[in-house]
Write a protein that binds this ligand. Structure first.
Ligand SMILES: [Zn+2]
Length: 404
């Protein structure tokens, strides 16, 4: 058996194919490229029981990942995050079987570690020495740290408004960090220019084909953790949307392998009301989104006014009979507190948005009685300390504790 069953890359827009044994960025037509595997051979040679006894990280699925040789793996132990029952908040919103896939407990504290681990490993295998990317914070932090582990140089451009800790993560890992007085789209233009001028590897969202393969492992894990039965609904906070595209791709591949039923969960793209291009496109039944002007939200990771892979996100939503929902900042911040109080989980604002969306969809009847629902928490709340307002009495050493 091969370590990886990767065969080639293809363009989902114009269907052109590309070899996967050299560096590829976008298709000539400007679309992202997707990785293809020899699923027919894999179906004959691989079964769920083969996973037993493998390391408890995302590399346990190496046949469905793009790295050809184990010596190129750059790992900090990422993957196989907990799938936690959320009974008390589930009861609070009338969803009997509510689960949280908790990506807060992963190296770098956000789900971006998955894309970085697989993306950096494959880049290393292909001989990349220096990468560049724009980021809303967490991806830049993860790619900086994984690049450092790989001995690769990284240039990162992020908005000055991005979470402060992610700046520190880039800086301490030795990345070349630039801050921009603007949005991720402005950072993206600067990176594009630098990539052309200095011939760097462009690690921007979906401009290289392997970050999505790392994100895909969230879908593989949910399926394995549920015993190859699937939930009815998966909610996902959607900025660039790579995770949603990845989960859809994972489930599609598992269905071809015959490991899961053909009927896929309804996928829900959750956005903030201050930046909801995918929701608008979905409401209008369109295949692509429009640039969202003056976008703003406390859930910084999903402040993406126009995603390169928007058409793939919308396809995943349409094909699974899912939907797209937007949440106000007030709703998601309130939900963040409710989750912490009822479940003891300090989730990130983006993760809180998925719970708000579940609450809304249950109220409207879109989530039905008895359905199993998985909400994706994409990162740890600890990375966003500024979202919590603390009012606590300050005492002198001789004072008595105040008990409210
Ligand atoms: Zn193309």
């Amino acid at each position: 058996m091969s370590f990886s069953y990767l065969t080639h890359l293809h363009c989902p827009k114009c269907l052109q194919t590309y070899p996967s044994d050299k560096i590829q960025q976008l298709c000539e037509c400007g679309s992202p490229l997707l990785a293809d595997y020899d699923l027919e051979s894999l179906k004959r040679q691989w079964k769920p029981s083969d996973l037993a006894g493998r390391p408890n990280d995302l590399w346990r699925y190496h046949e469905l990942l793009p790295v050809s040789s184990p010596e190129h793996i750059v790992s900090l132990g990422e993957g196989m995050t907990p799938l936690l029952p959320m009974d008390r908040i589930g009861l609070d919103m009338g969803i009997e079987r509510l689960w949280m896939k908790d990506e807060g407990i992963i190296p770098t504290g956000s789900f971006k570690a998955r894309g970085a681990a697989v993306g950096v490993s494959k880049a290393k295998e292909l001989g990349v020495q220096e990468l560049a990317m724009p980021t809303n914070g967490n991806a830049g932090a993860a790619w900086s740290l994984y690049a450092a582990r790989a001995g690769m140089r990284a240039s990162i451009v992020m908005p000055v408004g991005a979470p402060l800790i992610t700046r520190n993560e880039c800086a301490i890992s030795g990345a070349n960090l630039n801050l921009v007085n603007g949005l991720i789209s402005d950072a993206g233009k600067m990176v594009g220019q630098a990539v052309n001028e200095h011939r760097l590897f462009d690690a921007s969202t979906l401009k290289e084909p392997y970050r999505i393969e790392g994100k895909k492992t969230m879908g593989l894990e949910i399926a394995e953790q549920m015993g190859w039965e699937l939930p009815d609904v998966i909610l996902y906070p959607t900025g660039g949307g790579v995770g949603l595209i990845g989960i859809y791709k994972a489930l599609h591949e598992l269905a071809v392998l015959g490991w899961i039923p053909d009927r896929l969960p309804r996928l829900v793209a959750v956005q903030a009301e201050g930046c909801a291009p995918i929701v608008k496109a979905w409401e209008e039944g369109k295949p692509e989104s429009q640039f969202w002007p003056d976008s703003s939200t406390a859930a910084f990771g999903i402040n993406v006014p126009k995603a390169l892979g928007d058409f793939l996100v919308l396809e995943a939503v349409y094909k699974t009979n899912g939907c797209a929902v937007s949440i106000t900042d007030a709703e998601l911040l309130r939900e963040q507190g409710t989750i912490a109080r009822l479940e003891g989980a300090f989730v990130c604002p983006e993760g809180a948005a998925t719970f708000s969306a579940a609450r809304k969809l249950r109220e409207s009847g879109w989530i039905k009685d008895g359905e199993t629902v998985v909400a994706l928490n994409t990162g740890s709340g600890i990375k966003y300390p500024e979202t919590v307002q603390v009012e606590a009495p300050v005492l002198q050493p001789q004072d008595r504790m105040v008990r409210l």
